[in-house]
Design a protein around this ligand. Structure first.
Ligand code: ADP
Length: 485
């Protein structure tokens, strides 16, 4: 039960309300009791003053006997109150007269009176000569006042029953005892309903979220109020679903495109093999021709699989980069040299213009791969007799390498998609069909290689006169060892 947030909130709420009410009740009772005692003490002092004034007046009254005891008796007569009694003691502690006529009371309480009397007679006298005395089932407030008459010392003890005050405090306590549990119960109930009401969107959200799986990733949580905390939670959850959905979609497209690209070479391989095997008595040339087709398709298949493997590892950040120091201009010249034969076969002029000693720290094999992909494309798309030029330079912050060709260029509306995986201009423009044989992964890999080196790859020119691809690599940054796109 305590695992429920609703129950925990309710208990907290009720607990806090109960503690507050108890503190409030305790403080109120304490203050009430203190004030009522103060009031009683003040009245006891006033009454004692009046009593002694009467005693003195009686002593000096010519009509009275002039005896001390008679004067005290007259004062007792005059000051008759239901809750207050007076007792006068002599210096020896003997009771001279008491207004409380009940002998049993006097017998049982005399010792307590004496305590008060003794405290009043003490030297020095107490600062507050008041005491609360439990007596015969009642509680009294006692006040003792020493006085002297005709050279003799006496003590006046005034007692007031606290019965009324106690009854009042008891009534207040009982009221609290009744009201506090009721208030706590109401607080608990209201807290529970409040918690239930506030958490109901969370419950709804969690059951909605529970119904969302890979097959319905397009579903979203209902956002009731976009401005409150739960609304923010639902929005964050929906944004997470957006990202997941996008990533799922991306993966799905990747797998679909990959299988599509793999299907063609596999179909050619199996078709060609079947044809070669179906006819008996084929000439060695015919077999050689078939084997040549099989070899080409196998190479194409291997390239696609290798590219897919590279991109997949890059995606999960598991392609280890091995940075080393080398000269970028030498790598460019070497790459150009490797393409000389191919260029010559197509009567394409290959130029390389590089600033000397461009020392760089990078993954050489990946940069070589980038050169190969870009040069391969440039030669592939440049018509017979055209020119492909490579230039390398360095500024304060970047190395830049440009590869320009005289190809047909890329239509402006397709340029933004040129680095997408499996994107080929020929696919979107079937009339541009040029039988390149590529799978549309080369530029995506080049882009990743540039970004893995904290750089970027851009199509810096593309029109009817040809295209230029430029990659920039930061001079300062060393590449991370497992950087992904
Ligand atoms: P592919 O292996 O198919 O060449 P790429 O990712 O290298 O894949 O290129 C994607 C597409 O971009 C190509 O199919 C082609 O349409 C276009 N492309 C790339 N380089 C050039 C270029 N130098 N000139 C014209 N089009 C190019």
């Amino acid at each position: 039960m305590l695992n429920s947030v609703r129950v925990r909130l309710t208990l907290w709420h009720a607990g806090v309300v109960a503690s507050l009410l108890l503190i409030l009740a305790g403080a109120t009772l304490f203050l009430l009791q203190r004030n009522s005692l103060r009031r009683v003490d003040n009245s006891l002092e006033d009454v004692a003053d009046a009593f002694l004034a009467t005693v003195r007046a009686e002593l000096h009254d010519p009509d009275s006997s002039g005896h001390f005891k008679d004067s005290v008796a007259a004062a007792i007569q005059e000051h008759t109150y239901r809750e207050i009694s007076f007792s006068v003691f002599n210096a020896e502690g003997e009771l001279i007269l008491s207004s409380n006529a009940h002998p049993a009371f006097l017998d049982s309480e005399l010792s307590r009176f004496n305590q008060l009397r003794a405290q009043a007679a003490a030297n020095p006298p107490p600062r507050r000569p008041f005491r609360t005395l439990p007596a015969s089932g009642h509680v009294y407030r006692g006040y003792s006042r020493p006085f002297s008459v005709e050279g003799k010392n006496y003590v006046l003890v005034v007692l007031q029953s606290l019965h009324g005050e106690h009854e009042f405090l008891e009534a207040v306590t009982q009221t609290y005892a009744l009201l506090i549990p009721l208030a706590v119960l109401l607080a608990g109930l209201s807290g529970y309903f409040l918690a239930r009401r506030s958490l109901s969107p969370v419950v709804a959200m969690s059951s909605q979220a529970g119904r969302i799986g890979a097959e319905n990733l397009h579903s979203r949580l209902v956002v009731r109020n976009t401005k409150d905390e739960l609304g923010h939670l639902a929005q964050s959850f929906n944004q997470l679903l957006d990202r997941l959905d996008e990533s799922f979609e991306h993966q799905r497209r990747f797998v679909a495109d990959a299988s599509h690209e793999l299907r063609t070479p596999v179909a050619i391989l199996s078709g060609e093999a079947e044809v070669a095997l179906s006819k008996s008595g084929r000439t060695p040339e015919e077999y050689r021709e078939s084997l040549e087709i099989l070899r080409k398709e196998a190479i194409r298949l291997r390239q696609i699989v290798e590219n897919l493997f590279t991109l997949t590892r890059a995606d999960i950040g598991q392609y280890p980069l091995t940075p080393a120091k080398f000269y970028l201009d030498e790598l460019a010249a070497d790459s150009v040299r490797n393409f000389r034969a191919l260029a010559q076969a197509k009567q394409i002029m290959l130029q390389c213009e590089a600033a000397p000693e461009l020392l760089i720290t990078a993954d050489e094999s990946l940069l070589r791969r980038m050169f190969v992909n870009l040069l391969d494309n440039a030669i592939k798309y440049t018509p017979k007799g055209g020119t492909v030029a490579v230039s390398c330079s360095r500024s304060d912050s970047f190395y830049s390498v440009s590869i320009s060709d005289n190809g047909p260029g890329i239509p402006p509306e397709l340029q933004p998609r040129i680095f997408e995986r499996f994107f080929r201009v020929e696919k979107s423009r079937p009339n541009l069909e040029t039988a390149t044989g590529g799978a549309g992964l080369g530029l995506a890999i080049c882009k990743w290689i540039a970004e893995a080196h904290q750089g970027r790859l851009e199509l810096t020119r593309s029109d009817a006169t040809g295209s230029t691809f430029t990659f920039f690599i930061s001079v300062a940054d060393s590449p991370n060892s497992t950087q992904a796109v």
